[in-house]
Design a protein around this ligand. Structure first.
Ligand code: HEC
Length: 193
């Protein structure tokens, strides 16, 4: 009898240890600040690759060429980064120019609306971002403000040449009429957890 009880005790100790061990290896806490830092690095890579190409094309080839560069390079950079980082990387806007890839999903739309409200309440576009864990996904969005350079192709007063080029490549363009500092759109990054 005593022997039997001892055996049961040993077994229950072993199973408790295994049970706890399984928790420690599977239920890792999510390190939000590390994921955020990773997302910000990718956003910087995106901007850091696109902006110099855009500027170069503008000064060397003019606005039509810069629009061509942007239309080819922006989706290419997003695709390359998505492959190399294992994050889904895109840019979205409430008034999309690229109506294939930049149309926001329901969550992105609500975050973009929140960004506009936050800006109206005084936050600077530069510092506006949002991170959230939804259904085993880490989602991160970072606002992009309208800088002087951006007005050439997203502003109120577009040149005849700009209008013609935009019309040629983006007949359904909605991404004009922005003023300085306004939120043009956002980088949107997702990682499966
Ligand atoms: C030479 C013209 C040009 C300039 C200057 C320019 N853009 Fe764009 N922008 C474009 C084009 C063209 C697209 C569409 C790219 C595509 O097809 O993916 C675009 C798309 C975007 C998008 C993706 C959402 C959408 O509407 O498709 C964002 C966000 C954006 N631009 C922000 C900016 C910001 C911020 C600046 C200034 C730093 C800027 N752009 C400067 C031409 C320009």
């Amino acid at each position: 009898m005593y022997y039997h009880r001892k055996n049961t005790l040993v077994l229950s100790i072993i199973s408790s240890v295994l049970f706890l061990y399984s928790f420690s290896s599977y239920a890792q806490p999510i390190d939000i600040s590390a994921l955020k830092a990773e997302a910000i690095t990718i956003v910087k890579q995106f901007g850091g690759t696109l902006k110099p190409q855009l500027k170069k094309a503008l000064t060397e080839g003019g606005v039509k060429q810069a629009i061509e560069v942007c239309s080819v390079q922006a989706p290419e950079i997003a695709k390359d980064l998505s492959i190399s980082t294992n994050w889904q990387v895109k840019r979205v806007s409430l008034k999309a120019r690229n109506n294939h890839s930049a149309t926001p999903n329901a969550w992105e739309r609500s975050v973009l609306e929140e960004f506009n409200r936050r800006q109206l309440q005084g936050e600077k576009a530069k510092t506006i971002s949002k991170a959230e864990v939804i259904k085993n996904e880490f989602r991160f969005m970072k606002a992009q403000g309208t800088a002087p350079l951006c007005l050439t192709c997203h502003g109120n007063e577009l040149s005849v040449e700009t209008k013609a080029a935009l019309n040629e490549y983006y007949p359904k363009d909605q991404a004009t009429g922005y003023s300085l500092g306004q939120i043009r759109g956002a980088f949107s990054l997702t990682k499966k957890l």
